[in-house]
Design a protein around this ligand. Sequence first.
Ligand code: PRX
Length: 675
Amino acid sequence: MKPYAPYEGSRSGAAVPTQEDKTVSSIASVLEESRVFPPSAAFVAKAGLDADRLAALHAEAEADFTAFWGRLAKENLHWQTPFRQVLDDSQAPNYRWFADGKTNVSVNCLDRHLGSQGDKLAIRFEGEKGDVRTYTYKQLHAEVCKLANAIKSLGVQVGDRVVIYLPHSAEAVIAMQACARIGATHSVVFGGFSASSLKDRIEDAGAKLVITADGGWRGGNIVELKKAVDEALSAGGPSITKVIVLKRTDHGVPMVAGRDLWWHELLATQSERCEPEWVDAEHPLFLLYTSGSTGKPKGIQHSTGGYLLGAHLSAQWVFDLKPDDVFWCTADVGWITGHSYVAYGPLSNGATVMIYEGAPTVPDAGRFWKIAQEHGVTIFYTAPTAIRALMKLGEEWPNKYDLSKLRLLGSVGEPINPEAWMWYHRVIGKEKLPIVDTWWQTETGAIMIAPVPGAVPTKPGSCTKPLPGIFTAIVDETGEPVTAPGQGGYLVITKPWPSMLRTIWGDNARYRSAYWGQFNNKYYVAGDGAHIDADGYHWIMGRVDDVLNVSGHRLGTMEVESALVSHPRVAEAAVVGRPHEVKGEAVFAFVILKGQRPTGAEADALVKELREHVAKQIGAIAKPDDIRLADGLPKTRSGKIMRRLLRSIAKGEDITQDISTLENPAIVAQLAGRG
Ligand code: PRX
């Protein structure tokens, strides 16, 4: 099997087991990175967790992981009704944590800081056009209470679902916190998703209310959020009775009488006090839809108490949060990273959160670094795709700005190639700052594997070791742990953890089979291939299922295929990933048409139309980079598409696989663009 490099130039690439060839035991790593970067003495001296304290936490968790989480939950969160039972595993793998305790997430993020630091900045917001707004903890609390009262006045009750479709903004955090305050379950839909994706999510969640904006700014353009909501609701959306609209771009959007209400008008009359709803720890705080290996995105359901504990502690441990930190996680609130490290984790720790609405290159390639300088950002957390894109633009951009306040850098969303890691280290970190490469997922709720920066030396491309209380293994296809260093296998989590997903909304059977079925409920199966080196460091090799990672975003190949076949001219489609220098993976689609296959300009026009069609069905992030029109797909005699072959073709590799078992071997030359 060929070594898999998730992007060109990777040095940590190891072969990844794929859907068809799950012979993980034969996977060995190649070209292991050997550079090691210990934390600086200056960082260690001030770190919240040094090696000894970290070792003590690990020892405590290993001795009794339930008691460990119970102690931390008691000490770190406010409980209105204390829990008596830490873990209920009677319905495993539907685990329940702190189930008889009652709490409220918004109280833990806001109210508990009012006495000690009410006038400290909770949020610093900058819009793409340069408008800046700040909120102290007191001000944020007041805005959250006003919106919470407004939502309640519209008839939203505990447990009702509210869809949030807003630009990346302070108001998005306010909306999430307001839902949490009254016990409504939010489901944030990323503003880049299309009306059609929004509609599917509204329907699946059975949401009562949508909170949106007239628009948002991105790349100098208006993102037409309200228009998408109107389109989503025009095609049905019977569960939605009201739409709250934030005025942001002020470009005049139609309002539907009796349904649409302006945020500012609605809040003008609301009280700045709102009694929190004390909910059970297991109460669903939010649903977040993510791609799996079928065409239908999964509504990942997270809890209140366990989720908050994970977001709170991981933010503290991994980012070494201190009272004077300005924490900037660049992820949009529409993704899990924006939930845990914009809306919840840093606020529950009382930090100042930076939020930037727009694109990194508007008006020029120095925008991120200008923001870091002007807002005094101390902790910067972004995705490898952004690092690679910024790296391409040249180091003269960051070098123009004073980045001396930065003290910690983070990476998330996909494997970081050592070249990008070294650039981050040298150009942004000035060879002094620790880099925390954090592995986790929508489903895990919080960071699972990452270096604790004052304690764990880093290696470029490795997310290092699990956090205290998180137990991982690499197993082969029979579920047996792989013990030889460097040997690849399935990454699994062997014990439940508080911030784990609770179920898939409306489909518990899918939850049980997708995450626990493979090894008979023994392990949580992450869907990633990985290997562990002789020092116990984890190296993530990418997804083992039909999920792509495009610019750090998950995308199911089946979702893109369904979008393509919904076009009237498409008979069949197969989508695979191909390595991409900046995006990590790019979407490559093979399309079989109904009727005659066009050529020349007609084919070009159709390809363009199909790309737009996918953007309309899913969102711009899913637009295929390449579409190859062909007369057929490579299928075995039993009718199975040989995706492995398609992946090789997409990569432009010579076909060395045996194609004699194909029903139509002649098609291979055509698919490869030679026929
Ligand atoms: O393949 C892994 C990759 O992103 C997947 C999870 O995607 P999502 O649920 O969208 O969450 C992304 C942000 C937490 C994982 O299964 N991934 C995430 N972080 C890393 C990573 N791969 C390698 N290294 C990471 N640090």
